[in-house]
Design a protein around this ligand. Structure first.
Ligand SMILES: *[C@@H]1O[C@H](CO)[C@@H](O)[C@H](O)[C@H]1NC(C)=O
Ligand SMILES: *[C@@H]1O[C@H](CO)[C@@H](O)[C@H](O)[C@H]1NC(C)=O
Length: 570
């Protein structure tokens, strides 16, 4: 791509840059609204050394016309009631719509060259430039200082700027932001449980799993999954996203598959990022990734799995990596169990860029599912300021948010809200049309709503769907040499993603295109979900949203019934 884009741009190159330079060589502060104190779990360590490498993604501004055309396409191809449903764009067609103005890209590329930066790559959609450079060079380029930051509980160190960064004005004019040199990631917060679960059912993983834990067999029974596909020729694919040292070893995955009698095995077919072969999963260090991979494959059987790994959590970097994959290689369903609070983003440009990236996935026919969070309505920020703290990307209208449930009794049957499950209403994004009726129905259902000054009545409601997440019947995860019980929407997310990949298999086997962005389909097909009507997500404070009949801000439309959905998708 780099070759193509640079060749394309040569003609307009020099004139534009020189003109811009003459106007001004002063600099502009970028993302001034990002406050480091919003994520207090990271503390500043030593200044970056020569040996440290910074990878940064320079996000160019889109034209209003390009963004509007992407938006129009995204909603049309995602809506089962639209004549263009399923008519997705190829990567090249998408680039034609959304690419940054050629002069803008030339400005950035020529600036990098003039600064002696040689290791950079233009994104496939011609709207971002990834630079990889030694820390001292990055400090000069962005006029800032980089430090090591250490997490207070997780064994993690990341490189971030200690103060806002700046760009030359002529570059800043064409750039929204540089991701992710200033923002701190949240460490996944899966809950590890050692005790037995409350379930009264036999284990299909033998004595490896404690009594009452959730196993692949429990999911198969509850969500009517039938047999996992053993051969997949339809083209259905799925992917997990992992960050921050969350990797896996083939041995652990094989052990899980054989202990739980999964005939299709559990393996990663395509690894993007470092090879897992060289990696050691210290006990507990890989819980998130092992949970995701074991359970998406337990549901999806032989559907090919791609694991997209990057060492530092960056939504934009992840999205760019996936969007750079060509049409044959881009996985169709993505499960991401990482998130933050809206409050911890603060940059409108940042959330705008994330939404644009998500819309690109949908325009190409790919589905994105995120865990809705594990702290109830108060989010990662907590109940300190009394108000609810919506999750990001939970509150983004452009993805599918997956909340959490527990079993109602000790039997495999009806579910209730998991008290810790993320849910609520965005403070940033309005109510998208696909859920307008459902959200209005919830507010007028007569259910007791929390005091109006704690949440946003005009915001996008989430989650959209949910699945078992609870610690009441924790997921049985091979977590290294031993098994652990694990709870969280981090578990619900790969399960629902696996189910939608199975539904893609059904649809694509019938000669139809994949489901793409799922929400219009989900809200138009309530009959395909087990409605969850009890419980409240008020884990960390006095208030929360109650589940009720129909959509609610605790469990969304409910949990999937594969048998019913398989009839509805074709
Ligand atoms: C922390 O991480 C480092 C590098 O990833 C590893 O060498 C070390 O053993 C880890 N420490 C613990 C306590 O897990
Ligand atoms: C409520 O949400 C809307 C977007 O729907 C936003 O514009 C507004 O600022 C939010 N209000 C508060 C108090 O956060």
């Amino acid at each position: 791509m780099q070759v193509r884009s640079v060749a394309l741009l040569c003609a307009v190159s020099l004139a534009v840059v020189d003109a811009a330079r003459l106007v001004s060589d002063s600099r502009r502060v970028m993302e001034p609204g990002v406050f480091l104190e919003a994520t207090p779990s990271w503390t500043q360590g030593r200044r970056c050394q020569d040996s440290h490498t910074i990878s940064a993604l320079i996000m160019l501004k889109h034209t209003p016309e390009g963004r509007a055309q992407l938006e129009e396409t995204f909603w049309a191809v995602s809506n089962p009631q639209n004549p263009r449903y399923g008519q997705y764009l190829t990567q090249d067609q998408l680039t034609d719509i959304i690419k940054a103005p050629a002069e803008a890209l030339v400005t950035v590329v020529d600036w990098l060259k003039s600064e002696g930066v040689t290791n950079f790559q233009v994104s496939a959609n011609l709207d971002a430039v990834n630079v990889i450079l030694p820390a001292p060079k990055a400090e000069k380029l962005f006029d800032t200082t980089f430090f090591e930051f250490k997490h207070s509980t997780a064994n993690q160190t990341i490189l971030r700027t200690g103060k806002p960064y700046t760009l030359p004005t002529f570059v800043a004019n064409v750039v929204d932001l540089v991701a992710d040199i200033i923002r701190f990631p949240a460490i996944p917060s899966v809950k590890i449980v050692e005790e037995e679960g409350v379930g009264a059912w036999p284990s299909d993983c033998g004595s490896h799993c404690k009594s009452g834990w959730t196993t692949p067999g429990v999911l198969t029974q509850r969500y009517k999954l039938g047999a996992a596909p053993s051969t997949v020729t339809s083209g259905s694919t799925f992917a997990t996203a992992e960050f921050q040292g969350q990797l896996y070893t083939e041995k652990i995955l094989n052990d899980f598959a054989s202990d739980c009698n999964l005939p299709n095995g559990v393996k990663v077919d395509h690894q993007i990022g470092p090879d897992s072969g060289s990696f050691v999963c210290n006990l507990g260090a890989c819980t998130e990734s092992l949970l995701d991979i074991e359970y998406i494959k337990a549901v999806g059987g032989a559907i090919p799995l791609t694991n997209v790994y990057s060492s530092t959590y960056s939504l934009l970097d992840w999205a760019n990596t996936v969007l750079n994959l060509g049409d044959k290689d881009m996985p169709l369903v993505h499960s991401v169990s990482y998130g933050n609070d809206e409050k911890q983003q603060t940059g409108a440009e940042y959330m705008y860029q994330v939404n644009t990236a998500f819309a690109k996935f949908g325009a190409r026919g790919a589905s994105i599912l995120f865990a809705s969070g594990d702290q109830g309505v108060y989010g990662r920020t907590g109940p300190g300021q009394k108000v609810f703290n919506p999750d990001f990307p939970g509150g983004s209208p452009y993805h599918t948010s997956v909340g959490g449930t527990d079993f109602l009794t000790d039997q495999i049957g009806d579910e209730k809200t998991w008290q810790d499950g993320g849910g609520g209403f965005s403070n940033t994004f309005g109510i998208p049309s696909y859920q307008a009726e459902a959200v209005a129905g919830y507010k007028s259902s007569g259910v007791e709503l929390p005091p109006a000054d704690l949440w946003n009545n005009t915001g996008r409601g989430y989650p959209d769907v949910s699945a078992l997440a609870g610690v009441k019947a924790p997921y049985c995860v091979r977590n290294g040499p031993i098994y652990a019980g694990v709870g969280g929407t981090s578990a619900a997310c790969p399960v629902v993603a696996g189910i939608f990949a199975k539904l893609n298999d059904v649809r694509m086997s019938a000669g139809k295109p994949p489901l793409g962005f799922l929400n219009p389909f989900i809200y138009q097909n309530a009959a395909g979900f087990n409605d969850v009507t009890t419980g409240k997500n008020n884990a960390n404070g006095p208030y929360g949203f109650e589940a009720t009949k129909g959509w609610d801000a605790a469990t969304g439309m409910g949990t999937p019934d594969f048998e019913k959905l398989a009839k509805l998708v074709v």
